[in-house]
Design a protein around this ligand. Structure first.
Ligand code: 48F
Length: 260
């Protein structure tokens, strides 16, 4: 067999095995931003089968670009244990105790590495275009290649079945929109709908992101900016403690639920 054929056949076989193994999972996560990557790592470490489906080629979401493309972000003391768990270095802000700067490229790459090495699978360049909704519960995801989505090609998708679906899609809360608009689901919010993100108020947004991380409908959880948007929280810009704490929190909630 020629080396050209060996390379191609090995990739096709290996990828097919990987996808086949993840067509039924414990937790299917939509989006590979910081909150989802933290959640993925902790759930995988707890022994759950976790797969992330990320639209872009590079997971990491809004981490890479720091603040206005200055590739540094800020994290507060309450999230330092997560930075330490992922081996992400940080520098105290001299005149503001309790706050730290860190390199956003180091952060993104460490979160991805940490999630994957804990056992979570990341499928990149795949977009979630719908949910599986059966018997009054969210049961999984409908996936397709991002280039198919971007080019508007008429190609039917595949499905992934999951005990829990986690919306980690950031500001747009894409899965929550599909749930409310297409599946006519009433979310666990005062109106049953997505309340929508409010303008910037850092402390409030950081706290509410974590507080509003939860299951919004049987089988459907939200973390990070998606949870904040669903629950009408304020935005916070390039501070990431709340995102990571949200990931840690939702991991605990899903682990507790699936172990029952
Ligand atoms: O937005 P994002 O980074 O999620 P997050 O964990 O973090 C928010 C912060 O980055 C930032 C902030 C912090 O203070 O305000 O915004 O809430 O990452 C979301 C990821 O989800 C992907 C998207 O490409 C991004 O990488 N995504 C969104 N919709 C889909 C998706 C979809 N339908 N299918 C697959 N991936």
């Amino acid at each position: 067999m020629s080396i050209e054929n060996v390379i191609s056949a090995a990739i096709v076989r290996q990828f097919s095995d990987k996808l086949l193994e993840n067509l039924v999972v414990d937790v299917a996560i939509v989006g590979g931003g910081p909150s989802a990557l933290v959640a993925a790592r902790y759930m995988a470490e707890a022994g759950l089968k976790v797969a992330i489906f990320e639209r872009k080629l590079a997971p990491g979401g809004g981490t890479w670009g720091g603040g206005m493309l200055f590739n540094e972000v800020v994290v507060q003391e309450s999230a330092l244990h997560i930075l330490d768990a992922f081996g992400i270095r940080h520098t105290p802000i001299a005149d503001h105790p309790g706050y730290f700067t860190l390199d956003s490229v180091e952060m993104a790459s460490a979160l991805i590495y940490g999630a994957v090495h804990a056992g979570a699978r990341i499928f990149n360049a795949m977009s979630v275009e719908d949910i599986v909704f059966k018997d009054g519960k969210v049961n999984g995801l409908v996936i397709n290649w991002t280039p198919v989505e971007r080019l508007g090609m008429h190609v039917d998708p595949l499905t992934v079945i999951a005990d829990a679906v986690l919306d980690g899609t950031g500001h747009p809360s894409e899965i929550m929109h599909l749930a409310t608009e297409k599946a006519q689901i009433r979310l666990d919010t005062p109106t049953g709908k997505i309340l929508g993100e409010r303008p910037m108020w850092v402390d409030s947004g950081e706290a509410s992101t974590v507080e509003n991380t939860r299951e919004y409908f049987p089988g459907l959880f939200a973390c990070g900016m998606s949870a904040n948007n669903v629950s009408g929280g304020y935005r916070m810009g390039p501070i990431f403690g709340g995102m990571m704490l949200s990931g840690e929190r939702v991991a605990g909630q899903i682990i507790a639920k699936l172990r029952k």
